[in-house]
Design a protein around this ligand. Structure first.
Ligand code: IMP
Length: 422
């Protein structure tokens, strides 16, 4: 058996949570491979909205095992809060969840370091979710980090204290709420205790590879999006992990030869939350309308998302970087009420037309658009592609031909039911 991958092709918030939830019944295991509580995967089930931050999106299916891989960074406080909230819905989360001993921990001071780093950057700030992601990955690569496996060891408290002292030195004169930190430390230690006693923490790389040998089906769930990738995103306005297909190999311990299909999720338009370049951004009424109709507000931070038309050069690059084999097109219904819909097919840079992303996604980029007649509101006629308005079918066909990959799933609303699988 091979591991299938599902990942975002834009700046995150593509609707990955919904797709994983829809696909989960066909899989035995859903595994998160990178990121942390900066993610907010929204699922709407029977009209009720659930937002997952660290827990994989297969959790609502009783026969699916959910794995948090070594590539993820875990904030014990928010992780345990999330478990308790889901438990209160009558779901026995701990039985459906396995955590890698190699996943790194986000300490309360990592959040302060995140705030400190952003404050130092001033107007050039990243617009981080301030969940401590960057500093936790910095400690990982700097070989200072604490991992889930360490919480079982006698040395844990001492190592925690050493790292805390180091962080306090780094924070220097940065003003922070010392009382708040002490309270968070207490909560953090309680959450660690809960993880130690209630969760299965193992070498997930063995578990996943053995599961594949036994013929189990695994879906690797990405967080954020390809344009936020630490290497290939719009650096430095990126997150601190590898969000492309290769990140799944590293973040789960699965060899590239064991990767099966790669499903890329994208919205019918683009959004971005936080700072950084966004060539097709619409700073006008159209952008506002997309934001309002699409309810484009961050599920983790509540921030208003910047909105713009679909960007094909960026989409093509994301497809190339991950070897995407099929596409899932989300939030199509958001564009139902537009007379005209546009797609950026190329950029104009210094008078030259190109469909390649330049090293600097600077403001000198001028998007070249192709305009489409809107398809207008239409009733949801069940799961038949043929029943879609012709203008919408043209829009989808144009994208498929331009990127050379078929659109296999269409999402026409937040609920599981509002989905067309081709
Ligand atoms: P950080 O990963 O929280 O430090 O944030 C770095 C950048 O990535 C910021 O622009 C965030 O807004 C963005 N970001 C991080 N996680 C997500 C996500 O799940 N969806 C969308 N944007 C994200």
């Amino acid at each position: 058996m091979k591991t299938d991958i599902l990942l975002g092709l834009q700046w995150g918030d593509e609707g990955k949570g919904k797709v994983v939830d829809v696909l989960s019944p066909s899989y035995n295991i859903v595994a998160r491979f990178q990121g942390g509580p900066n993610a907010g995967h929204t699922l709407e089930i029977a009209g009720k909205k659930h937002v997952l931050h660290t827990i994989p999106s297969g959790i609502f299916h009783s026969n699916v095992l959910n794995v948090i891989g070594n590539g993820v960074v875990i904030d014990p406080i928010s992780f345990v809060d999330e478990i308790r909230e889901l438990d209160s819905l009558g779901t026995d989360i701990c039985k459906r969840l396995i955590v890698s001993k190699r996943a790194h921990l986000i300490l309360p001071t990592h959040r302060l370091l995140d705030a400190f780093s952003e404050a130092q950057k001033g107007t050039k700030k990243i617009g981080s979710t301030l969940k401590g992601i960057g500093p936790a990955y910095m400690d990982k690569t700097g070989r200072n980090g604490l991992r889930i496996g360490d919480i079982m060891e006698k040395y844990f408290t001492k190592r925690y204290q050493d790292l805390l002292d180091k962080h306090k030195k780094l924070l220097g004169s940065f003003e922070y709420d010392a009382k708040g930190l002490a309270e968070n430390e207490k909560k953090w230690m309680n959450a660690i205790d809960f993880i130690r006693k209630s969760l299965t923490c193992i070498d997930t790389e063995y578990f996943l590879n053995e599961s594949l040998k036994q013929g189990k089906k695994i879906l690797a769930e990405g967080a954020q999006g390809s344009l936020l990738d630490i290497d290939f995103g719009s650096y430095p306005y990126v997150t601190s992990s590898s969000t492309t297909c290769a990140g799944a190999c590293i973040g789960l311990g699965i060899a590239p030869s064991l990767i099966g299909s790669v499903e890329g999720v994208f919205k019918a338009y683009c959004t971005r939350v936080g700072s950084g370049p966004f060539p097709t951004e619409l700073s006008d009424e159209t952008g506002d309308k997309i934001c309002q109709v699409g309810r484009e507000f961050g599920s983790t931070t509540g921030r208003k998302r910047r909105c713009g038309w679909l960007d094909l050069p960026a989409l093509k690059r994301a497809i190339m970087l991950s070897g995407v084999s099929s596409l899932d097109m989300m939030k199509i219904d958001v564009l139902n009420d537009f007379d005209e819909v546009k797609i950026c097919t190329h950029y104009l840079i210094d008078g030259q037309k190109t469909d390649r992303l330049p090293y600097n996604l600077s403001e000198a980029i001028k998007p070249v658009y192709k305009s489409f007649k809107g398809w207008g509101k239409f009733p949801f006629m069940g799961s038949k592609f043929d029943s879609l308005p012709i203008q919408l079918k043209n829009y989808i066909q144009f994208i498929e031909e331009a990127v050379g990959v078929p659109v296999k799933l269409l999402s026409l609303g937040p609920d599981r039911e509002q989905t067309i699988l081709r």
